[in-house]
Design a protein around this ligand. Structure first.
Ligand code: KG4
Ligand code: ZN
Length: 352
């Protein structure tokens, strides 16, 4: 089956056509992403209203490009999938409404996809892995461990109680006067810095839970920057390197605990940790996670970065996985700003 996937929940306008064969094998026929980075850059962050308007302006064209690149007419797809939440509600509405219109006009089933589920199932698209597995989602909006038991079957084991990890990178970059998005700038700047010059706090790490907290760390970075102002380039590099080392250690320590819990819950099962979200691109965090996984006897799976960040292929794939199990949605399904993965309406029996 071929599924068109539409993603508009944040600042990427994306569309893709993915094919899933009867054995569950995936082929990405096209994957078109238009980033709105330049539109939001002057404001230092994503402006929801601007994002929604940009999605309106570009989505039709991005979908046409996805069809053309795949060599498939829209009338030849078997279903239309779109992110229905969580995310910036204006953008989600644009994508979901467009998907409904295409589905209605072409008489195709609609699949309303949870954006977090799309991230969670990406490792099955790229690596064909079986259930269950553990996912760490670290993006600009989310930092969470999720047990993935099956399609529609998730258990959140931990989340951030304040900032998301990507958000912490973005805020640190902003207060140090680096560019947007912050993560890649902090990582690049950290290359020339001393990761041990500053000892930043590790909130919650002494507690027996799998949650994160990054806002205190961000405050500590701000205080250090104020204390040493005016900052030399070396100071900035040292702060970036020390911040990055600290978050890498926090994430790795949490991953170790999560894998311990996983091993206890699934004795005898292969241990797999899947990383998703834009922060997965960070090499220091990747190295710390690799070490943590190896120490816990687990396989670390990091999909190619363009499939870790927001894209239409993951939405098409999640749509295909749900469709293969007979789950489609009614055309009156609502967009949701909030939609936790472990909420009751994630299950397959809630579909139309
Ligand atoms: O998944 P994503 O593209 O968008 C969503 O948030 O949904 O993630 C973007 C986030 C931003 O906060 C960005 O600063 C962060 O991922 N990021 C990174 C790196 N590349 C992107 N953080 C740390 N190191 C990186 N190399
Ligand atoms: Zn995302």
């Amino acid at each position: 089956m071929r599924v068109l996937g539409i993603e508009t929940s944040c600042d990427e306008t994306a569309a893709s056509i993915v094919e899933r064969d009867a054995a569950g094998h995936a082929t990405i026929l096209s994957n078109i992403v238009r980033s709105q980075l330049d539109e939001h850059a002057p404001y230092g962050g994503v402006v929801p209203e601007l994002a929604a308007r940009a999605h309106v302006s570009h989505l039709d064209h991005i979908i046409a490009k996805a069809a053309e690149a795949a060599g498939v007419k829209l009338s030849e797809v078997d279903a239309v999938a779109a992110t229905a939440g969580p995310g910036l509600i204006g953008g989600v509405l644009v994508g979901l409404t467009t998907a409904k219109a295409i589905a209605a006009a072409l008489n195709k089933p609609l699949v309303a996809v949870n954006h977090l589920e799309a991230h969670a199932l990406t490792a099955r698209l790229t690596d064909g892995i079986a259930f269950p597995y553990l996912m760490l989602l670290v993006s600009g909006g989310h930092s969470q461990f999720v047990l993935v038991r099956g399609v529609g079957d998730y258990e959140r084991w931990g989340t951030t109680i304040d900032d998301a990890l990507g958000e912490a990178f973005d805020k640190v970059a902003k207060l140090l006067g680096l560019g947007v998005p912050g993560g890649p700038h902090v990582e690049r700047t950290a290359l020339g810095g001393d990761p041990h010059r500053f000892a930043f706090p590790r909130p919650l790490l002494n507690q027996d839970r799998l949650d994160f907290s990054f806002s205190g760390l961000k405050t500590a970075v701000r205080l250090a920057a104020e204390q040493h102002a005016p900052l030399t380039d070396q100071d900035v590099a040292d702060i970036c390197a020390s911040f990055q080392r600290t978050v890498a250690e926090i994430v790795a320590a949490r991953a170790r605990s999560a894998l311990e819990r996983y091993a206890a819950a699934f004795p005898g099962e292969p241990r797999r940790l899947v990383v998703a979200g834009g922060v997965a691109a960070n090499k220091a965090i990747g190295a710390a996670l690799r070490e943590a996984a190896a120490g816990s006897g687990a396989q670390l799976i990091v999909p190619p970065i363009p499939l870790c960040t927001d894209n239409g292929a993951m939405v098409a794939w999640a749509g295909a996985e749900r469709l293969a199990l007979g789950a489609t949605d009614a055309l009156d399904i609502a967009a949701k700003a909030r939609w936790p993965l472990d909420s009751a309406d994630m299950g397959l029996d809630h579909a139309a």
